[in-house]
Write a protein that binds this ligand. Structure first.
Ligand code: 8QM
Length: 410
């Protein structure tokens, strides 16, 4: 305290910006710029929370779990004072030591070694999906019109991921709405949250039912998680909640990630041509699209004491909004940050977060996106957007509602 007291302290710059109004959710770039320019930490008066929008501070805070806690929830609402809408995630909304056993288990279940067994079949599924789309519509003059969100970005993850978890394939229409609600629920209690109120009990009931051991096939991520409970690596109470984490975090995110790849390739035709010549760049294309789009735009942390960031002290118990999408376009860190550039080294982006909560499913997300892209490349000569796509608004996610796409077939 004595050392801190000697340091110069000034109040945080204040902004009246509301990140959760439709204008900012649909096009956050101008807001991000303003917040980054105001300073390393800003006070958002609309919610009495703090915010970080620059790369360096976002990254440091994500890596400092001791002071920037997840245990009071990573949404706006503070679990110390408010009842969460569902039992908290044992992964996302915990700090060490409670966080560690679930994390270790899932990290192994979703690790690169375990994923190898899906490579071949996920590639084949991607090739079949692309073939079906091409065959289904009589292409006029070799040009195919499709709706890339529904036809590709949603269709592909829904074919591979629920089955990999071990779901039986019934009721899958509940999956995306459940995820959409969960990501809205990290934000304020606005219209986006209210819109699902009526449907919600049914969605929750369906998801919880899928997490039971008896419902899951004996191969798959779900069964692997339950086996970890048999080994006492986790408890029987934790197992279904970890399966629930897969179903919450693993669908909408990859849908929006895939849509982002298609959007940036369609709007950067020279890069698409380069990718066709050098398909080994598929992984780089996916990573660069994840950086630019940052499907998960924001997360909160909670200050566990008075935390100093530069000259500003964030008071104990306050929430801090981390703008991942802004950090990923911070010109202090990235040259020409808004450019989709296959020559860039995008490593270090925080689209998957950073530190001990960094996305445990990131290898799954990359594998899905790369498999689908590799199926498209040989069969599609060029991509074009025939009209402006429309945004899907969500309090946490950035994605497209509709992404009409024209493919010129190879
Ligand atoms: C976001 O339920 C969970 O454990 C969970 C939900 C959402 C996420 C992560 C975990 C980051 C994708």
């Amino acid at each position: 305290m004595s050392l801190a007291a000697e340091q110069h302290t000034r109040p945080a710059p204040v902004s009246e910006l509301d990140p959760f109004i439709p204008e900012n959710l649909g096009a956050p770039g101008a807001m991000h710029h303003q917040l980054r320019e105001l300073g390393p930490v800003v006070h958002l008066s609309a919610y009495n929370v703090y915010a970080m929008a620059r790369y360096e501070e976002v990254r440091e805070a994500l890596e400092n779990w001791q002071e920037f806690s997840s245990g009071a929830g990573v949404g706006l609402s503070n679990f110390r004072y408010e009842k969460p809408w569902r039992p908290p995630s044992v992964l996302l909304e915990t700090d060490p030591p409670r966080h560690d056993a679930p994390r270790a288990v899932l990290s192994k279940v979703l690790g690169p070694r375990q994923l190898r067994r899906f490579r071949e079949s996920w590639s084949q599924t991607a090739e079949s999906l692309v073939s079906e789309i091409i065959d289904r519509r009589a292409p006029s003059g070799g040009v195919l019109s499709l709706e890339a969100v529904e036809d590709l970005a949603e269709a592909y993850p829904l074919r591979v991921f629920p089955r990999a978890v071990g779901l039986d394939g019934s009721g899958l229409e509940h999956l995306l709405p459940y995820g959409d609600h969960a990501f809205n629920a990290f934000g304020p209690d606005n219209e986006l949250v209210a819109q699902r109120a009526e449907q919600l009990p049914q969605l929750i009931g369906w998801v919880n039912e899928q997490c039971r051991r008896e419902r899951l096939s004996d191969k798959g991520f779900g069964a692997d998680i339950w086996q970890a409970a048999d080994r006492l690596d986790i408890t029987e109470e934790q197992a279904p909640l970890i399966v629930r984490s897969l179903l919450t975090a693993g669908v909408d995110t990859t849908v929006y990630g895939i849509a982002a790849v298609l959007y940036h390739l369609a709007t950067n035709p020279e890069e698409y041509q380069r990718l066709r010549r050098e398909p080994q760049l598929a992984r780089a294309a996916v990573e660069e699209a994840f950086r630019l789009e940052s499907p998960v735009q924001t997360f909160f942390r909670t200050a566990l004491s008075d935390v100093r960031v530069g000259d500003v002290v964030i008071p104990d118990g306050h929430k801090i909004l981390m703008f991942l999408g802004s950090a990923n376009r911070d010109p202090r860190r990235w040259e020409d940050p808004d450019r989709f550039d296959l020559s860039r080294d995008p490593s270090g982006h925080v689209a998957f977060g950073s530190g001990l909560h960094q996305c445990v499913g990131q290898h799954v997300a990359r594998l899905e996106a790369v498999c689908l892209l590799q199926a498209i490349l040989p069969r599609v000569e060029s991509l074009r957007l025939p009209e402006e796509p429309t945004r899907h608004l969500n309090n946490t996610l950035q994605g497209w509602e509709r992404l009409p796409l024209e493919m010129t077939l190879a």
